[in-house]
Design a protein around this ligand. Structure first.
Ligand code: HEM
Length: 404
């Protein structure tokens, strides 16, 4: 079978080792209870020791993320740079701010409203049309997995003829943590694809008929006389696949799994749709799609009273912070009725997720449409809907039935 004929979903699940049943939360809870941050101890009176640190508590994680002058994101240039190109993720201030201001021009409130009605709702309903009469489906395969990538293709204004190819390349790119050579090849192919699209948008801009898609907006974005270079645009477009598509497929699947495994909460949401925003936040807290991110200390710092020497790498455990018992009662329980408190699924500080409003909007439309159209939606069996993964979390499958 050639790569192009492979089913992107099966391929992704195979490469990412889905179905392993891994649950990192008990170990994370034990480590968090031992200390908010773990790492090499400093000798009394000496400079802080450098080495590998891991932040587990909500306070430790928040302190690292807020102190971006000490805890730099530049580490990503080694981890992701070779594949993604130089993206916003690896930039520190003031370069980061200048770049973010340009990118934000593509994510305005007005644009979000247009995407909601013209793009996200049609994509979501088209996918549901494909299985609504069947009475059963694997929601992850047929819905959660394809919808965010199709939305991103639409945001970029890619023609439908490129969609299959884009999905395949996207899946290969987001498998970067387990298959670097393949991801690098996909990144190069995506660079060519984006290059052709950008050239087309520039021609339209030059002829006075600019498009309103994301690539057209980025090609024209300007701040203080500064514009994005082609390579900066390509790096951002590539980043949207892991940052925008993979996370949203996981988070919307986690929410659905949480609801289906807690039918009383699903019933409450069916009866009162105004509960959806708090259900979305609770799912992000309870099962955040990306458990950990990283920073590097560029000078000596301190986190929760612990010295962190310059040159240290800090693993920032968002998942552990989101289940900190000092902040949430019974934190392992999915409970859409718990009092609202900010979580760190989208991180915090200067690098806080640029697409958080888009992700929330997409999830609102997706879950709303499933509830509207699949009466009596429930798990096909008691085993369905287990959420797995040591770093990225999602159900591998979500087999459901409804009254067709
Ligand atoms: C539920 C879904 C999502 C989650 C959980 C999520 C999570 C995150 C996290 C944790 C970061 C910080 C990474 C770091 O600093 O190391 C981040 C950054 C980012 N996210 Fe998201 N994200 C989601 C959806 C999206 C979407 C839909 C988009 C855009 C289409 C997006 C675009 C970005 C970008 C561009 C950044 C980099 C921001 C910066 O460096 O200033 N994300 N996201």
């Amino acid at each position: 079978m050639t790569i192009t004929e492979r089913d992107p979903f099966d391929e992704f699940n195979r490469v990412m080792g889905a179905g392993t049943g891994v649950d990192p939360y008990p170990a994370l809870a034990e480590l968090r209870r031992e200390a908010p941050i773990h790492g090499p101890a400093s000798a009394p009176g000496a400079a802080p020791a450098a080495g590998l640190f891991t932040a587990y508590s909500f306070d430790a994680v928040s302190q690292v993320l807020r102190d971006d002058a000490t805890f730099s994101s530049s580490l990503y240039s080694q981890v992701m740079g070779p594949v993604m190109g130089r993206s916003i993720l690896e930039m520190d201030e003031p370069e980061h701010h200048a770049y973010r201001v340009l990118l934000q021009q593509a994510f305005t409130r007005k644009e979000m409203q247009r995407w909601e009605t013209e793009l996200v709702a049609p994509v979501v309903h088209r996918l549901i049309d494909g299985f609504v009469v069947d009475g059963e489906v694997d929601l992850v395969r047929s819905f959660h997995f394809p919808f965010p990538m199709t939305v991103i293709a639409g945001m970029m204004g890619l023609p439908d003829t490129l969609l299959r190819e884009f999905h395949r390349l996207g899946v290969e790119l987001i498998s970067v943590s387990v298959d670097m050579p393949r991801a690098t090849a996909a990144a190069a192919e995506l660079g060519e694809l984006f290059g052709e699209q950008l050239a087309d948008r520039r021609r339209r801009i030059a002829s006075g008929t600019p498009g309103d898609d994301l690539i057209s907006v980025l090609a024209q974005a300007e701040h203080d006389g500064q514009r994005l270079t082609d390579d900066e645009i390509f790096a951002f477009l590539r980043l949207l696949l892991p940052a925008g598509a993979e996370t949203t497929y996981r988070s919307s699947g986690n929410l659905m799994a949480g609801l289906l495994r807690n039918p009383d909460q699903l019933d409450a949401l069916r009866a009162d749709r105004s509960l959806l925003p708090q259900a979305i936040e609770e799912a992000l807290r309870w099962e955040c799609p990306l458990l950990q991110i990283q920073r590097m200390a560029v000078r000596d710092g301190e986190v929760c009273g612990v010295g962190v020497g310059a040159g240290s790498v800090i693993m920032v455990m968002l998942g552990a912070a989101n289940r900190d018992e000092a902040r949430w009662d019974d934190p392992d329980r999915f409970d859409i009725f718990r009092p609202a408190r900010p979580h760190v699924a989208f991180a915090s500080g200067v690098h806080a997720c640029l697409g958080m409003h888009l992700a929330r909007m997409e999830t609102t439309v997706a879950i709303g449409a499933l509830l509207d159209r699949l009466d009596g939606l429930r798990l096909a069996d008691d085993e369905a809907g287990a959420i797995e993964g040591a770093i990225f979390r999602a159900p591998a499958h979500l087999r459901v039935v409804w009254d067709a």
